[in-house]
Design a protein around this ligand. Structure first.
Ligand SMILES: C=C(O[C@@H]1C=C(C(=O)O)C=C[C@H]1O)C(=O)O
Length: 405
């Protein structure tokens, strides 16, 4: 592959530049990268899907000729990726190298062109195209309707009391249908506008706005943002403060959160040095929710790429549970849905192994026939209440329900 990056005037928004039916995007606060076309697409499956992708990418990156005078996070050769939550999903996990990548960071814009074969002329006209017709679709209960969700939460609580696991994250689904040729940039644009502090992504039909950073690597530094423990926002300033305070002092939520932080620290062990994480989590404010959050920072110790670390981290206790094997088995048995790429790693990696990966939450998968499946879940612990957990999933669906509606 020959890869050439050049500086351009920073585009005010990347979304209008993308392909309406196959947008590729990873942004936060208006900064990040978008992709057009596919120069290379690799698919992975099975228990080693992330590790296999990390190894394949190392070989591809080593062979590429890269001319990148811009040198910012996301410039040069980049692959976007989305991985399934489960090893046995019927969906593939993918790495996609676009033909053209556009980026924006610190007021600087750039364009990267990727040439695969000699004489292969990338169509380099990148222009904003007007959005297609408006559409608004409802998302309705899917394979796991609310009644069933209450039942499986109650069953998980019973199993936790019986000692099978300490925490199990259970999700349910909503389904809908968009018109043929619907412009997916509309949904992505809504998400980016409504949830600017989250990672807004669009990769291979997986669209969403996730507040949770699985892992980031850059300049030899590794960071993660662990979320677990949630509460509804208050209706006014006083009740909102009270909700945040109640969350930050709730034993149930602090327990749930501790499991998630411990799983991240244990997975990073051996790969990092000098780990810094706060003793107590803070309350992270989103438009729809409060979350307990812990930011983790460390130095990279072993030359791992961001995908190597994603492979080590996935699935964290934030989206699977504790202990991992028992939680994953309980999820497969109780949920009765294929999570596909929901709660899997989603993000990008560059030729040096740096990159940014989020956990695909607050998201939906759009298939080729226009079928939409959205997922949201909640961490179940010993004193979880089914009605409360159901209400929490409703709040977590809000970004995606509103973006499609
Ligand atoms: C499982 C989801 O979110 C995860 C579970 C949380 C919780 O149980 O409190 C909070 C944030 C995420 O780690 C989801 O959004 O679907």
């Amino acid at each position: 592959m020959r890869v050439i990056t050049r500086q351009i005037d920073a585009p005010s928004s990347l979304v209008p530049l993308l392909d309406p039916s196959r947008p590729l995007l990873f942004v936060r606060r208006g900064e990040g990268i978008g992709g057009i076309g596919e120069a290379l697409r690799l698919e992975f499956s099975g228990p080693d899907r992330i590790r296999d992708a990390a190894a394949a990418w190392r070989r591809i990156a080593a062979d590429a000729q890269i001319d990148d005078p811009v040198g910012l996070s996301g410039s040069g050769l980049v692959a976007f990726g989305a991985f399934t939550f489960a090893a046995g999903s019927d969906r593939p996990s993918v790495l996609i190298v676009p033909r053209v990548i556009v980026g924006r960071r610190d007021g600087v814009g750039w364009i990267t062109r990727v040439q695969v074969d000699e004489g292969d002329d990338a169509d380099d006209r990148v222009a904003a195209a007007p959005f297609g017709p408006e559409y608004r679709i409802p998302l309705r209960p899917g394979a796991t309707p609310p009644d069933r969700y209450r039942e499986i939460v109650a069953e998980a609580v019973r199993r936790i009391h019986a000692g099978d696991a300490a925490k199990v994250v259970l999700a349910r689904d909503l389904v809908g249908h968009i018109p043929v040729d619907a412009d997916l940039r509309r949904v992505v644009g809504e998400l980016a506008l409504g949830y600017p502090d989250t990672w807004t992504f669009a990769i291979d039909g997986l669209l969403g706005s996730s507040p949770e950073t699985l892992v980031r690597v850059g300049h030899g530094t590794v960071t993660a943002r662990v979320l677990a423990g949630s509460a509804a926002r208050g209706v006014d300033a006083a009740s909102d403060q009270a909700a945040a305070l109640a969350l930050a002092t709730s034993t149930k939520d602090l327990d749930e959160h501790r499991f998630a932080v411990q799983s991240v620290l244990a997975s990073l062990e051996g790969h990092v040095r000098g780990v810094a994480a706060s003793e107590v989590p803070y309350a992270l404010k989103l438009p729809n929710l409060w979350h307990l959050a812990t930011d983790v920072e460390a130095g990279l110790a072993d030359g791992s790429s961001v995908l190597d670390l994603a492979a080590a981290l996935h699935p964290t206790a934030a989206i699977a549970g504790t202990p991992t094997d028992a939680a994953v088995a309980a999820i497969a048995e109780l949920e009765g849905i294929d999570r596909r790429r929901y709660s899997g790693p989603v993000g990008w990696i560059d030729a040096a192994g740096n990159g940014k990966w989020a956990i695909a939450l607050r998201s939906a998968e759009v298939d080729a026939a226009g079928g939409v499946t959205a997922y949201a879940g909640a961490g179940i612990v010993a004193d979880s209440d089914p009605e409360h957990e159901l209400a929490e999933t409703r709040l977590k669906f809000r970004p995606i329900v509103e973006a499609f509606g």
